[in-house]
Design a protein around this ligand. Structure first.
Ligand SMILES: Cc1cc2nc3c(=O)[nH]c(=O)nc-3n(C[C@H](O)[C@H](O)[C@H](O)COP(=O)(O)OP(=O)(O)OC[C@H]3O[C@@H](n4cnc5c(N)ncnc54)[C@H](O)[C@@H]3O)c2cc1C
Length: 379
């Protein structure tokens, strides 16, 4: 077992850290305050090759491993979760399904521009009555000649409504098999008649990330937009969500690390009873716990990413990493607000505190992770 990162991984970390500190950090507060989507940053991230980092070179990607991806997402989240989720959702939910299940034609049409950073992709699974219970999907797609006619709605879909959003892969009921809904995944290009999106949500956190409710009213797409085989949608979603959990875990690692670093810096510079606050044992214990939580989360996340990249089973590790890192991030943000005190109200930690909680909801809530784990552990 080797805990040292390779030269390539260290170099990638340096590049992304520099980008995050020099380009993202100075804008993050304003973007959050205005709820503005960071078009310039997303374009620069595309130019850096991050949107295609893990996709094959023949489809516009860089062919890097999953550990590289986890490191990149962690470094972005260390300064701003909105930009981290924009990239993570684009890669794991937008490009991931096409890369895993798409035909050659689908990859050339949708994966290549996404990997080059020219368009953003999204995945629409969640519905008002179907979040944790993905099988309860109501959106339906009926085959009529050589077209699917889609009706229904999706909620809270990341990256779905920007000027550069290219497509959404949606789950839909395409029939019934043995009394149960047959679920398939279908790619719907933005601009297809009958496909529309509502105004952006006013969210608790991730203010600079783009999230919309989507509607489909007699929306017609060609039969060739079906992803993989008809009826395989649910199985595909489970595979995509496993990868998505590594992404969310990596955001948790970065957010927890950022909280620790902001708290340490504040505690060293703030004088209390004639001494730096960092000399107070109660603050030292908080900082020690925050650093420990971030490091444990990092180890779990890297392990899940390495297993995923090697094509080994990784569902259990991804779920554990997502559960632990997201809850660690929430605790770290809570403790950081405590250390920074009243100044937290106008300090970037305010943003980290609001951003953290979403990590315990998206890609499966903490309760769902625990029930997934109970099943995988043979309970
Ligand atoms: C900012 C943001 C971005 C998002 N982006 C996307 C996206 O791009 N694409 C997408 O498809 N979705 C997206 N989502 C939706 C997200 O994946 C869902 O919110 C999540 O799956 C939980 O579903 P729900 O909110 O409907 O909760 P519900 O399923 O309604 O759950 C409510 C509560 O009940 C608990 N619960 C539910 N079932 C069980 C059970 N069986 N056992 C124990 N407890 C249970 C849950 O843990 C939770 O506490 C996003 C959400 C947010 C907040």
């Amino acid at each position: 077992m080797d805990f040292d990162l390779s030269e390539e991984h260290l170099a990638l970390r340096r590049v992304i850290r520099d980008f995050a500190e020099q380009e993202v950090a100075p804008l993050a507060e304003t973007l959050d305050e205005k709820g503005e989507f960071p078009y310039d940053l997303v374009r620069k991230i595309g130019q850096l090759g991050l949107m295609g980092l893990i996709f094959p070179k023949e489809y516009g990607g860089k062919g890097a491993d999953m550990l590289s991806y986890a490191i990149a997402i962690e470094e972005l989240a260390r300064v701003d979760s909105s930009i981290a989720i924009t990239v993570a959702a684009n890669v794991s939910l937008g490009g991931g399904p096409i890369n895993l299940f798409g035909t050659e034609e689908q990859k050339l049409r949708w994966l290549v521009p996404l990997a080059r950073g020219e368009v953003l992709g999204s995945m629409g699974l969640t519905e008002p009555g179907a979040g944790s219970d993905a099988g309860a999907t109501q959106t339906n797609a009926v085959l009529h000649g050589d077209e699917w006619i889609i009706n229904g709605s999706k909620e809270f879909i990341t990256n779905s409504g920007t000027d550069v959003s290219g497509f959404v892969t949606i789950s839909a009921v395409t029939g019934e098999v043995a009394g149960r809904s047959e679920i398939s995944n279908i790619v719907v290009p933005r601009g297809t008649p009958g496909y529309s999106q509502a105004d952006p949500y006013r969210k608790m956190g991730w203010h600079a990330s783009d999230t919309h409710e989507l509607s489909f009213v007699d929306c017609r797409v060609p039969v060739r937009n079906l992803l993989g085989k008809r009826g395989q949608g649910f199985r595909q979603l489970l595979q995509v969500l496993d990868g998505g959990r590594v992404s969310v875990a990596a955001i948790g690692v970065g957010l927890a690390q950022g909280c620790f670093e902001m708290s340490l810096e504040f505690a060293k510079n703030r004088t209390w009873a004639g001494q730096p606050l960092s000399r107070s044992q109660s603050v030292q214990f908080k900082l020690a716990d925050m650093a420990t939580g971030a490091e444990l989360s990092r180890l779990m996340t890297y392990k899940a990413a390495v297993l995923q990249g090697r094509g080994r089973p990784f569902a259990k590790e991804a779920s554990m990493a997502k559960l632990f890192a997201s809850e660690t991030a929430v605790n770290a943000a809570d403790e950081a607000v405590g250390v920074i005190g009243v100044e937290s109200q106008t300090h970037p930690v305010n943003r980290f505190f609001r951003d953290a909680k979403i990590l315990t909801i998206g890609e499966g809530t903490s309760e769902i992770q625990r029930s997934v784990l109970a099943r995988l552990l043979g309970c």
